[in-house]
Design a protein around this ligand. Structure first.
Ligand SMILES: [Fe+2]
Ligand SMILES: [Fe+2]
Length: 344
């Protein structure tokens, strides 16, 4: 029998690490096992639990929603070639800024640990105590939030600090002044999307769906940074820093895999359950979920991507144009994107 019910203590428990995690002067979460393999924080029971809940979804014959990078239509902006061009032409600070901002944005994810979810059992007919959805406030959300922004009771860094460590491994500490993070790009207010259920539950479901897409989009960012870092002409004088940066990015990815997997399972469970509606009736979870999910994916992969591209392009443009031969360099920079789109 698979174990399907976990306590908060279990879901928050880490492995007995053989070695703690420290890199580029940053004390970080997670650790290493006896073989030196990286082990994400709070994953001793959390990973087996997610696998068990997923196995239950599959055993019931319910489809798992697609949360793969195949959902994405575009890679990263700027592209790897564009970023390498910037590095070659004296705009290394653009990469430093972007890694710093990646860390700042990750840190905002701590929010999840600070706001408990409403009780989903109140709007679901079936018993959810043996499901992922039944464990949101039993450690899952706090573990997730702390993975992003750290446990405030400790001095151990999370994804925010891990991106700063990637940056410092490549550039050394304090290479440039701190950049101003861009404004958040939020989905415009849509009014009630699921008036059949209480507002608190709707808001939390939307938060989980948005978060899922943000996590899916993060994979494109990992691929971008990996290819920039590993490009032979970048940081050729700092092979150790390059290696550490690449390892750190992969450690963040291993942590994020847990997030995507748990979000995928909880949303897939929701689709398969019977929802109690405000008018005293019931409806299938998928009839509530699917009409919201498809446009949500679309918004993230096109509208949000384009808006963030514009924002980044404006910032880069300003920096490039400030250089003596800025006009010419910006034209070359833009041409690299055209060439990439033509190749795709
Ligand atoms: Fe993260
Ligand atoms: Fe995450």
């Amino acid at each position: 029998m698979l174990k399907l019910v976990y306590s908060a203590d279990e879901l928050m428990a880490s492995h007995p690490f053989a070695q703690f995690h420290e890199a580029a002067g940053h004390k970080l979460h997670g650790g290493f096992d006896n073989d030196g393999a990286y082990t994400p924080p709070r994953s001793l029971h959390r990973w087996p639990a997610i696998h068990a809940w997923q196995a239950e979804v599959e055993r019931k014959g319910l489809p798992l929603i697609d949360c793969s990078p195949d959902l994405l239509k575009m890679g990263n902006y700027p592209s790897t070639d564009q970023q390498r061009f910037l590095l070659r032409n004296g705009f290394a600070q653009t990469l430093w800024n972007s890694l710093t901002i990646a860390g700042i944005i990750e840190g905002r994810g701590k929010l999840l640990a600070d706001f408990p979810a409403p009780n989903f059992q109140e709007i679901i007919v079936e018993d959810i105590s043996e499901m992922c959805l039944g464990h949101l406030n039993k450690g899952l959300l706090v573990a997730h939030g702390w993975d992003e922004g750290g446990n405030p009771a400790t001095d151990i860094g999370a994804h925010d600090e891990m991106w700063f460590a990637v940056r410092d491994a490549l550039f050394g500490e304090g290479a440039y002044p701190l950049p101003e993070p861009p404004e958040r790009i939020g989905r415009p207010e849509q009014g009630r999307l699921m008036p059949q259920i209480p507002q608190a539950h709707e808001e939390y479901l939307l938060l989980l769906m948005n978060l899922t897409m943000i996590e899916v989009r993060a994979e494109a960012t990992f691929r971008f940074y990996e290819s920039v870092v590993n490009a032979t002409d970048t940081f050729a004088d700092n092979p150790e820093g390059v290696q550490l940066a690449a390892e750190l990015i992969d450690r963040i990815r291993q942590d994020e895999n847990i997030h995507v997997a748990s979000l995928r399972v909880m949303l897939s469970e929701f689709r398969g359950l019977t929802i109690k509606t405000n008018d005293g009736g019931t409806m299938a979870g998928k009839d509530l979920f699917d009409p919201i999910w498809a446009p949500m994916i679309e918004w993230h992969v096109t509208t949000a991507f384009q808006a963030s591209r514009e924002q980044t392009r404006d910032t880069l443009r300003e920096q490039i144009l400030a250089a003596p031969d800025g006009e010419k360099l910006f034209a070359e920079f833009e041409a690299l994107e055209q060439r990439q789109m033509a190749a795709e």
